[in-house]
Design a protein around this ligand. Structure first.
Ligand code: CO
Length: 135
């Protein structure tokens, strides 16, 4: 089951500068911000908690990062929307039964969550992530 929008992600070339901008826009306290590196995706990530959901800023750590490739093509901007699920394996099966194919099997993402993506061509050119909380 999908339980909420977990986060909305924005690709940025410079995390510090983007963080300052979004911190000002949202007017949040520094405690609302958490930064981590996700080695598997070669990115540095800042999560800004906004009520029940988060804004995720993604900065590439290498030219090989999918985020570097995205920025090279599009510049900074909206990258994906993440839906929270309570069972990512069940969700993957449900989607496959509807002939909507995930880009990969569920894998470990930021915050130790299990994540999986759908190709934007399946979803009106919006990259959709499914994320299941660590139990
Ligand atoms: Co994400």
């Amino acid at each position: 089951m999908i339980t909420k929008i977990d986060h909305i992600a924005i690709a940025v070339q410079n995390l510090e500068s983007a963080l300052e901008t979004f911190q000002n826009v949202i007017g949040c306290a520094p405690e609302a911000i958490r930064i981590e590196e996700v080695a598997s995706e070669k990115v540095r990530v800042a999560f800004i908690t906004v009520g029940e959901t988060k804004i995720e800023l993604l900065e590439p750590l290498s030219d090989e990062s999918p985020i570097a490739k995205f920025i090279a093509k599009n510049g900074d901007g909206m990258h994906h929307i993440a839906l929270q699920t309570d069972d990512i394996n069940k969700e993957t099966e449900r989607l496959e039964s509807l002939n909507i194919k995930p880009l990969s099997l569920p894998k470990e993402g930021a915050g130790g969550k299990k994540i999986m993506f759908l190709h934007p061509k399946e979803t009106n050119k919006v990259l959709i992530e499914f994320a299941q909380k660590k139990h």
